[in-house]
Design a protein around this ligand. Structure first.
Ligand code: DGY
Length: 423
């Protein structure tokens, strides 16, 4: 355990850039939004002040409309080190974008949860630096952006407008709405990810062509949000669950700051109610995303469908745990939890979000298990996650049954969340 702890710290030190942590030196050489949230959760055990700075540097790149960008680019890294880089996104021309170059899309809102966890790691240091007083208003503005500008259908759930925003980039859950998008020809851009990871472990060229099309259209519309602009728009359970759980965290922060947290508690209740009535499928025992254009449920068993377990007071928690224990996710022996249905014909144990297990979603499920009183299942999952990473290294994702590591090595959130699990 001591060796694993030390090795995890080494990854975080190697990936630290003086103000933020890169997910992986070569494949992801900038600051990523939800990566930073998970990294801060682990970093708080190493240095609470550095964990605060991780989140503050991300929130420092917030746009005037409240959006927290998916990527904050490091100006010292060449434009062609990552695609799509700053010259693609052209954020400097967008209204209300910050002084630093960023992408124009977002990622799952794990930040309020992370900020509250960071505060709790050392409340005195946090108070001394005025951490919560600075981040709380920014987090409130972030949630406001998602619950208003991204409430595209008007029914009280946020939509993601790009597969990269969902965090589960090439999940089979997106296949149906993505099939409508005409890919940009491969001759019009150069992928950089394949310089650092095997093609069979990454999204296909056709999917990349679609990702580029959607990002370009959003950029060319000046990053305006409406169903007319977004050819891809999905109400997804992961993001909406993080928002609901995040509102509970904001309520705790408000109390700590001597403010009234009631509006956050009612926002959390509303989101929980909307999530459960609109996205929960009783027969499947799982949450499905919904296509905001067609109104159809995207009936695919992806890990996102289990993520609402992180919501305090979720009325269908025991049903979700039952589904996790079943053949599709095999909570008792698959580890990390598969990103996609193990029993499906198109489950691919090595390809990104089409099968492999990721430590962050398993960490969220572990957190949810504890929240809902499933301590024994939580402890068992934690022990197996630790063993997995000890055997295979700080990989980006893992074959959930054999444990073979895939994607990049030295991956930030794998190291950070293992540090947290070791506590
Ligand atoms: C990537 O580059 O694959 C990232 O997941 C986008 O956020």
């Amino acid at each position: 355990v001591r060796d694993l702890d030390r090795a995890a710290r080494r990854v975080l030190l190697t990936n630290w850039r003086g103000h933020a942590t890169v997910p992986a030196a070569r494949l992801y050489p900038h600051q990523w939004s939800w990566d930073s949230a998970f990294i801060a959760i682990g970093l708080r055990h190493l240095s609470p002040v550095r964990a605060q700075r991780e989140l503050e540097s991300l929130l420092g790149a917030q746009w005037r409309d409240g959006r927290v960008p998916q990527i904050v680019f490091d100006p010292h890294v060449p434009d062609d080190a990552y695609f799509p880089g700053p010259s693609f996104w052209r954020s400097a021309r967008a209204p209300g974008a910050p002084g630093v170059p960023t992408s124009g899309i977002v990622q799952p809102p794990a930040h309020a949860l992370a900020a509250w966890a960071v505060h709790q790691a050392d409340p005195a240091a946090s108070r001394g630096r005025g951490f919560l007083a600075r981040v709380y208003p920014r987090l409130v503005a972030w949630h406001r952006y998602l619950t208003t500008r991204r409430n595209l259908t008007g029914n009280g759930l946020m939509s993601v407008v790009h597969p990269w925003e969902s965090g589960l980039d090439n999940s089979p859950a997106w296949d149906v709405p993505l099939a409508r998008i005409t890919p940009v020809p491969g001759t019009e851009f150069t992928r950089r990810d394949l310089n650092h990871a095997a093609a069979g472990e990454r999204p296909t060229d056709t999917d990349y062509g679609r990702y580029v099309r959607l990002a370009r259209d959003y950029r060319d519309a000046g990053y305006a949000d409406s169903l007319g602009v977004h050819a891809f728009a999905v109400e997804d359970p992961l993001c909406n669950a993080l928002l609901a759980a995040g509102e509970h965290a904001l309520a705790s922060m408000a109390a700590e700051l001597g403010l009234d947290g009631e509006r956050h508690r009612s926002a959390a209740d509303r989101l929980t109610e909307n999530l459960t009535t609109m996205l929960y499928d009783h027969a499947g025992g799982v949450f499905f995303p919904r296509d905001a254009h067609s109104g159809r449920m995207l009936r695919s068993y992806s890990i996102g469908g289990l993520m609402p377990l992180i919501v305090p007071g979720l009325p269908v928690a025991s049903e979700l745990v039952g589904t996790a224990l079943g053949d599709r996710f095999r909570l008792r022996d698959a580890c990390p939890l598969p990103s996609y249905d193990l029993s499906a014909d198109d489950h691919d144990p090595g390809r990104y979000w089409r099968g492999p297990g990721w430590v962050n979603t398993s960490w969220l499920f572990w957190h949810g298990l504890r929240l809902h009183g499933e301590q024994a299942l939580a402890d068992d999952l934690r022990d197996r996650l630790i063993d997995r990473v000890r055997d295979a290294g700080f990989r980006e994702y893992f074959d959930p049954l054999t444990g073979t590591g895939h994607g990049t090595d030295g991956f930030g959130w794998t190291a950070a969340l293992v540090l947290d699990l070791l506590r």
